[in-house]
Design a protein around this ligand. Structure first.
Ligand SMILES: CC(C)(COP(=O)(O)OP(=O)(O)OC[C@H]1O[C@@H](n2cnc3c(N)ncnc32)[C@H](O)[C@@H]1OP(=O)(O)O)[C@@H](O)C(=O)NCCC(=O)NCCS
Length: 147
């Protein structure tokens, strides 16, 4: 397993993974995904095993020394094998290297697996947003302070 930065040739595969990871209304359109990846303050890590992409994470640097996790997607067959942890480790390291003090993210309230994953890494629920996703699903806002 290795992590590397995003290359433009990865795009269709990342789009396909995102479509498979999330229900319609939560998954991103091509345009949204493109915009998030191309944003000048964003960083995308790709996890690869034997040249196959098995997951990715997009994070965005925001005001007030905050990093926002835009999305983290691991291919279903590769879950619970440490890929997500590896991607989050890289993003958190990047935030620390840039002297950021807070990481924030949103996750669907019915996505209990993701909530367990984040809680296990020290994220806590601080707010909820009704109708956060296009399909009407509410989200938890979760944060982690970096020391
Ligand atoms: C959430 C997600 C990124 C986790 O990635 P992963 O590679 O499976 O996570 P890891 O293997 O690194 O898990 C690390 C730990 O997190 C916890 N965890 C991860 N997934 C979990 C689940 N579904 N239920 C409960 N705990 C979970 C466990 O403690 C796990 O350690 P363990 O396997 O030794 O028990 C992945 O399930 C995924 O891509 N899901 C679909 C997309 C999604 O929901 N993304 C988050 C949206 S905000």
């Amino acid at each position: 397993m290795r992590l590397r930065s995003f290359r433009s040739a990865d795009f269709e595969k990342l789009y396909e993974i995102d479509q498979a990871c999330f229900a319609p209304g939560i998954s991103y359109s091509r345009e949204e995904l493109e915009r998030f990846i191309a944003h000048r303050n964003s960083q995308t890590w790709v996890a690869e095993e034997a040249r196959e992409i098995v997951g990715f994470l997009i994070a965005n640097r925001e005001p007030r020394k905050t990093m926002h996790i835009v999305t983290i997607d691991v291919v279903a067959a590769w879950r619970r094998r440490g890929v997500g942890a590896l991607l989050m480790d890289a993003a958190e390291r990047w935030a620390k290297d840039h002297a950021l003090v807070l990481i924030g993210l949103e996750t669907a309230q019915d996505n209990l697996g993701a909530q367990r994953f984040y809680e296990g890494r020290g994220y806590r629920k601080v707010d909820e947003v009704e109708n956060y996703y296009a399909d009407g699903t509410a989200a938890w806002v979760m944060v982690k302070e970096l020391s």
